[in-house]
Design a protein. Structure first.
Lengths: 694, 312
C-alpha cells in the first residue's frame, strides 16, 4: 500500500445516500418529462409558435428534457442531500495543535498476511503510520507547527518506542524499529503509558496539569482483549485505523500437550487442540516433528468444523470458533526434546500453524525420608520408582542440609525438620515448625473432609470422601498458602511456597486417620512425590505463552546459564538464588537454557506458543472502547464530518432555486427594444424587417 | 417588467370620438395632407379629366408642343421670345380617395396597447387628415362574421364625427376573411388614391392573394402591420416557463416551454414572417411598415409617415 492520499473521504452510510439518490433523481427527471402543469395564455396566433416548436424539435434530438436551470439546481440539491446522507468524512490531516500518540498493535494476529502478498499487517500498519507522520509534518496551506507525537507498540505489554518528539526522522526510525510479537493484544498498558507521557509536569506548581487532549491513533485489527474495560477520556480522541480484512479466515493450533506413559516413561503422547475461525470447515494434515525430523503424520486429513455465530436470546450473536482435538499415537521418545506439531496448510496467519512443546527426559528421583516417618508412608514411598531413596535421621539431615538440593523430594515427619528449612521440596506428614504462615493453634478431633481441590495435581484420582481423621493440628494458614483439602474448621492439607522451599503439608498423622486403609492414600503420596519432584513437568509439559517469564532452577553452584532464543540469538543470564530467569519472551518458538553443574552439561528447553485467541484474525471494522464506538477510518488522519457542509450547500441551492423559479428570466429580452430610432437610420428590426416602435 | 402573459389585461376601449382623436392631435395634424405617389408621378394635365380643373393649377414645367396639344396651354410669351411653341405643364390635382381597411379579426383584439385600438386611432387620424383635405375617405373593416363593412365616400370635415362613431362601433371577433374582403374592396374601387390595410397580417391562410387583388390597380397601397410589444419580445413581458398557448381565432393550442432556444426561434420566425411580407410588398410597389403598438400616434404621423411620404 502506498502513502495515504492527502484528502481521503470516508463514507459512514453510503448506502442510504445511494438509495436516496437512485430513487429521487430519476423521479425528478421524470417530473421534468411530465411537466403536467402548463399555464394557459391566449395569443393572437399560434402560427409562429407552432413553427418554432417544430423547428426546435427538428434541431434537438432530446428536446423534451431541455436544459433547465431549475432542473440542474434541483439535481444539485438532491446530490448534496444524498452526499450528506452518506455521512462523508474527510481526513484533513491537520488535527494538530494537540499531541498525537501513534499506537501500533504488534500482537500475533498482526502477523497475518491478508492485506498484501508478502507483507504482514504490521508491515502495512507501519507504512501507514509512517505516511501519517509524513502527513503530519508535510506542511502546506493549513500547516501549523506540528504537535508532538509519540509512538507506542503494544501486545501483552506496551512499550514506548519513541517518547513525544517533534522530529519526524526520530518517529520514522522508531516506527521502523517496531517488531512483531506472538503475544496477545492488550491496550490497557498502552493507554496508561500514553496518558502518563501526555500529562505535563509543571515544575512551578509541583504537580501535574490536566492531561492535554491527545489524539490516539491506533493501528490494529481490532481484536484487542481488554477494550471493554478501557475508555476514551474527555479531551482524548481515538482514531482507529483498521489493519486487516474483515473476512480474513484462519485455522491454527490452539493448544498442545504431551505426556509420558505412566507405565513406560519412554513412550510419549502428544495432544493438540485445533481451532478454526473460518466460516467453512477446514481439512488439513498434521505433522509431528521432533527435534527437526518428522516423526508422525496424520493418516488422513483432520477436519476442523466451521466457526459458528449463534444468536443467543438477549445477548446478541455469540461467536464460537470450531474446535477439533487430535491425539498422535504414542511414540518412543526416551530423551528430552522439543516436539512440534505443524499444520500442513498455508493460511493468512503462519504463526499459529506450528505449536511446540518441550519435554524433558524421564527422570528418576532422589528421595530422602527424614525422621520418624510412619510405616505406612514409608512403605508407599519406598515403592515409588526412584534413582535412590535414603532414610535419614534428623541429625543426619541437619548435617547434609547445605546440600539439600541433592534430593528432589524430602518426605519428613514434622519433628525431624530444623527450625529453618533448607531449600528443597518437602512432603510433611504433620505440621512442621519451619514453614511460615501455617499458624498452628491447637488440635481438633473427629474431622471429615468438607472440600477438596479436585483439579489440583496432588489430588488427581484421589477420593477423600471416606476419610476420617481422629486428630489433626488446627492451622490458620496465611492467604498465600494454598489449602487443597478443607476440614470442617481448618485445612487438612496445604501447599506452601516460601522462596526456595516448597512444602506439601498434611495437618495430621496418617496413623491418626483411616487414610492408610484407602486407595487414595497411595495415590496422594505418589502424586505428591511426582509433583514435588517435578516429574509431572517432565511428563506433561505445560505450554508457555509470549509475555511469560521463563525460569529454570539450577544448583547453587551454577553462576550463569545461556539462553538461545528461537531466532538463534544467545544471551548469558546470571543465576540469582538458584534461578535463571529470562523474559518476558515475545516470540513463539523454542528457548533453550544450557548450563553446567556438577552433574554435567544441562539443557532445559521451553516451547513458547502464540497467544491463545490470536488465531481469530478477522479485522473489526468498528471497535467499542468502553461504551464508545469508534469506526475505522480508511485513511489516516483526523476526520471531520462533511455532511453539515453538504447540507448547507443544499440549503444555498434551495435559495438559489427559489430565486431562479421566481425569476424564470434567464431569457434576455432583445437588446435596445425600447430605443426610438428613425426609420432608415437604423430601425430596430425583427428578423430583417424594421419595426416602428416607441 | 411587464407581466403581460401572466395577467393579459384588456386595454381600455375608446368610448368617445375624443378618445380616438384628441383635440391637441387634431390641431397638430390638421395642416397635414395625404400624398399619393401615383398622382405625383408626372401626370400631365389634359391627359385625363379632372373634376376640379383650373382651381388649383400649379405650374410644374415646360415641354415642346406636339401636334394635338391643347392650344390654351401654349406659353405665348415664350413663343414671342424664342419663336417656338412650348406647352406649360401643370400639376394636376385630382380628387384623392383614401381607403382605410381595418382588420377586426380576434387576433387584433390583443396586446397592450391593444392592436385594434391602435388601428382605430391610426384610421381616425388618417381619416381626419383626408376629410380635412377634402379627399374622399372610405373606411372598411374586415374580419368580423359577415364579411366587409364599409363607410364609403365621406368628404369634408363635418363628417369627422360620423367617421369616429363608425370606428367606435367596430367589434372585434371572427376569423377574418381577408381574401374576400380585399376582392370586394378592389371591385368597389373608385378613382385613384391611397389605400391603407391595417392588420397584423398573422393570417394562417396567407395574405398574398388578398393583397394581389388590391395591389397595382391605381391604389397607392400601404400595409401597416401592427404588432403588440408582447408579440415582438414575449420574454420581456412575462412569457417564461411552460405555457399552453391558445389561438384566439381558431382556439388552436400550442404547448411551449419558453426556453432561450425556443424564444430565439420564435423571434427568427416572426422576423422571417415580416420579411416575407416586406419582400412581397416591395416587389409590388406596396409600402410596408411594421408598427409596434406602443408607438405614439402623433410620432407615427408626424415623423414616420411624413418621412415615408404618405403625409406632407
Amino acid at each position: 500500500m502506498s502513502a495515504a492520499p492527502l484528502v481521503a473521504i470516508t463514507w459512514i452510510t453510503p448506502l442510504t445516500g445511494i438509495v436516496t439518490a437512485s430513487v429521487l433523481v430519476p423521479l425528478l427527471v421524470a417530473l421534468y418529462f411530465l411537466k403536467l402543469r402548463r399555464k394557459p395564455a391566449a395569443v393572437p396566433s399560434t402560427l409562429l409558435w407552432k413553427r418554432s416548436v417544430e423547428d426546435m424539435r427538428a434541431n434537438t434530438p432530446f428536446q423534451r428534457l431541455r436544459p433547465s436551470l431549475l432542473l440542474f439546481l434541483q439535481l444539485g440539491l438532491l446530490g448534496f442531500v444524498a452526499f450528506a446522507l452518506m455521512q462523508p468524512r474527510v481526513d484533513l490531516g491537520l488535527s494538530l495543535d494537540g499531541r498525537t500518540v501513534i499506537m501500533i498493535d504488534t500482537s500475533a494476529s498482526m502477523g497475518a498476511t491478508d492485506l498484501a502478498e508478502g507483507k504482514t499487517r504490521l508491515d502495512v500498519a507501519k507504512e501507514q503510520a509512517k505516511a501519517r507522520v509524513e502527513q503530519l509534518f508535510a506542511g502546506g496551506l493549513f500547516s501549523a507547527l506540528p504537535g508532538e507525537t509519540m509512538v507506542i507498540a503494544f501486545s501483552d505489554a506496551a512499550k514506548v518506542v519513541q517518547p513525544f518528539t517533534r522530529s519526524s526522522g526520530d518517529l520514522m526510525r522508531a516506527i521502523d524499529r517496531i517488531e512483531q510479537t506472538d503475544g496477545a493484544s492488550r491496550i490497557g498498558d498502552a493507554l496508561a503509558l500514553a496518558r502518563a507521557f501526555a500529562t505535563v509536569m509543571d515544575p512551578e506548581s509541583q504537580g501535574a496539569t490536566p492531561t492535554e487532549g491527545a489524539t490516539l491513533e491506533l493501528w490494529s485489527d481490532g481484536r484487542i482483549e481488554d477494550l471493554e474495560s478501557e475508555s476514551v477520556r474527555p479531551g482524548e480522541s481515538l482514531v482507529y485505523h483498521v489493519t486487516g480484512r474483515a473476512d480474513a479466515a484462519n485455522a491454527g493450533i490452539e493448544g498442545i500437550a504431551a505426556e509420558r506413559s505412566a507405565t513406560d516413561p519412554g513412550l510419549m503422547q502428544v495432544f493438540v487442540t485445533l481451532r478454526n475461525d473460518a466460516p467453512e470447515p477446514v481439512e488439513t494434515d498434521l505433522e509431528l516433528v521432533v527435534e527437526g525430523s518428522v516423526r508422525s503424520v496424520t493418516p488422513k486429513p483432520v477436519r476442523i468444523p466451521a466457526a459458528e455465530t449463534a444468536a443467543k436470546p438477549g445477548e446478541g450473536p455469540a461467536y464460537r470458533p470450531g474446535y477439533e482435538r487430535f491425539t498422535f499415537p504414542p511414540l518412543v521418545q526416551p530423551r528430552a526434546g522439543v516436539m512440534a506439531v505443524r499444520i500442513a496448510r498455508a493460511d493468512a496467519l503462519a504463526a499459529d500453524n506450528r505449536a511446540e512443546i518441550a519435554v524433558a527426559a524421564p527422570r528418576r528421583l532422589r528421595i530422602a525420608v527424614v525422621g520418624n516417618v510412619d510405616f505406612a508412608t514409608a512403605n508407599v514411598v519406598r515403592a515409588i520408582p526412584a534413582e535412590k531413596i535414603e532414610t535419614l535421621s534428623a541429625q543426619e539431615f541437619a548435617e547434609r542440609a547445605a546440600k539439600a538440593d541433592q534430593f528432589d523430594v524430602i518426605v519428613a515427619s514434622p519433628g525431624a525438620l530444623p527450625a529453618v528449612l533448607p531449600a528443597g521440596r518437602y512432603l510433611c506428614l504433620g505440621v512442621p515448625a519451619g514453614v511460615e504462615g501455617l499458624n498452628p493453634y491447637g488440635t481438633k478431633e473427629g474431622l471429615a473432609v468438607r472440600a477438596q481441590k479436585a483439579s489440583h495435581p496432588l489430588l488427581r484420582a484421589v477420593n477423600l470422601d471416606d476419610l476420617f481423621v481422629a486428630k489433626a493440628t488446627a492451622i490458620a494458614p496465611a492467604s498465600d498458602v494454598e489449602a487443597i483439602v478443607e476440614g470442617p474448621d481448618s485445612p487438612l492439607a496445604v501447599v506452601a511456597r516460601r522462596g526456595p522451599v516448597t512444602a506439601v503439608v498434611v495437618a495430621f498423622d496418617p496413623l491418626d486417620s483411616n487414610w492408610p486403609f484407602q486407595r487414595g492414600f497411595v495415590t496422594f503420596l505418589a502424586n505428591a512425590v511426582e509433583w514435588l519432584g517435578g516429574l509431572d513437568q517432565a511428563a506433561v509439559q505445560e505450554e508457555h505463552r509470549p509475555g511469560e517469564t521463563l525460569s529454570v532452577r539450577v544448583t547453587a553452584s551454577v553462576r550463569e546459564a545461556t539462553v538461545t532464543a528461537p531466532d538463534g540469538t544467545r544471551a548469558v543470564i546470571p543465576s540469582r538464588e538458584g534461578t535463571v530467569t529470562y523474559g518476558p519472551v515475545t516470540r513463539a518458538g523454542t528457548y533453550r537454557f544450557t548450563w553446567a553443574d556438577d552433574r554435567g552439561e544441562q539443557l532445559r528447553a521451553f516451547a513458547v506458543n502464540p497467544a491463545a485467541g490470536e488465531g481469530h484474525i478477522a479485522a473489526l471494522p468498528e471497535i467499542e472502547v468502553g461504551t464508545e464506538r469508534v469506526a475505522a477510518s480508511g485513511g489516516a488522519g483526523t476526520l471531520s464530518d462533511l455532511w453539515p457542509y453538504a447540507l448547507a450547500a443544499a440549503l444555498l441551492l434551495l435559495v438559489v432555486e427559489w430565486w431562479a423559479y421566481h425569476r424564470r428570466h434567464w431569457v434576455r429580452p432583445a437588446a435596445g427594444a425600447r430605443v426610438v430610432r428613425p426609420i432608415g437610420a437604423g430601425e430596430s428590426r425583427v428578423g430583417g424587417a424594421p419595426i416602428i416602435r416607441a | 417588467m411587464s407581466l403581460f402573459f401572466q395577467n393579459q389585461p384588456k386595454g381600455a376601449r375608446p368610448q368617445r370620438v375624443d378618445d380616438l382623436l384628441g383635440n391637441e392631435l387634431m390641431a397638430r395634424i390638421g395642416r397635414l395632407d395625404l400624398v399619393s405617389r401615383k398622382i405625383f408621378s408626372g401626370k400631365l394635365q389634359g391627359e385625363r379629366r379632372s373634376k376640379r380643373r383650373g382651381q388649383s393649377v400649379e405650374f410644374a414645367d415646360f415641354r415642346p408642343y406636339v401636334h394635338g396639344d391643347d392650344l390654351r396651354f401654349i406659353d405665348w410669351n415664350i413663343f414671342g421670345r424664342l419663336d417656338r411653341l412650348f406647352l406649360k405643364i401643370f400639376l394636376e390635382e385630382e380628387d384623392l380617395s383614401l381607403v382605410i381597411a381595418i382588420d377586426t379579426s380576434a387576433s387584433m383584439d390583443w396586446g397592450d396597447p391593444n392592436k385594434l385600438v391602435f388601428a382605430q386611432r391610426l384610421a381616425m387620424a388618417l381619416g381626419y387628415i383626408g376629410l380635412v383635405n377634402h379627399n374622399r375617405v372610405t373606411l372598411a373593416s374586415f374580419g368580423e362574421e359577415g364579411g366587409l363593412r364599409k363607410l364609403a365616400n365621406l368628404r369634408g370635415r363635418r363628417r369627422t364625427s360620423e367617421m369616429g362613431r363608425w370606428l367606435l362601433d367596430l367589434k372585434p371577433g371572427g376569423r377574418g376573411t381577408f381574401e374576400e374582403s380585399m376582392k370586394s374592396l378592389a371591385l368597389a374601387r373608385q378613382g385613384r388614391g391611397v389605400m391603407l390595410v391595417i392588420s397584423d397580417f398573422l393570417l394562417k391562410e396567407g395574405y398574398e392573394k388578398g393583397l394581389r387583388y388590391v395591389a397595382g390597380r391605381g391604389y397607392d397601397l400601404w400595409c401597416v402591420q401592427t404588432l403588440a410589444p408582447q408579440e415582438i419580445d414575449p420574454t420581456a413581458h412575462g412569457l417564461a416557463g411552460d405555457w399552453r398557448l391558445t389561438d384566439v381565432e381558431d382556439r388552436d393550442e400550442a404547448e411551449v416551454t419558453a426556453s432561450p432556444g425556443l424564444v430565439e426561434q420564435y423571434r427568427a420566425n416572426l422576423g422571417a414572417w415580416c420579411a416575407q411580407l416586406r419582400d412581397f410588398a416591395v416587389r409590388r410597389s406596396i409600402m410596408h411598415m411594421v408598427v409596434d403598438t406602443s408607438t405614439d400616434i402623433d410620432v407615427l404621423l408626424l415623423e414616420y409617415l411624413r418621412r415615408r411620404g404618405l403625409l406632407r
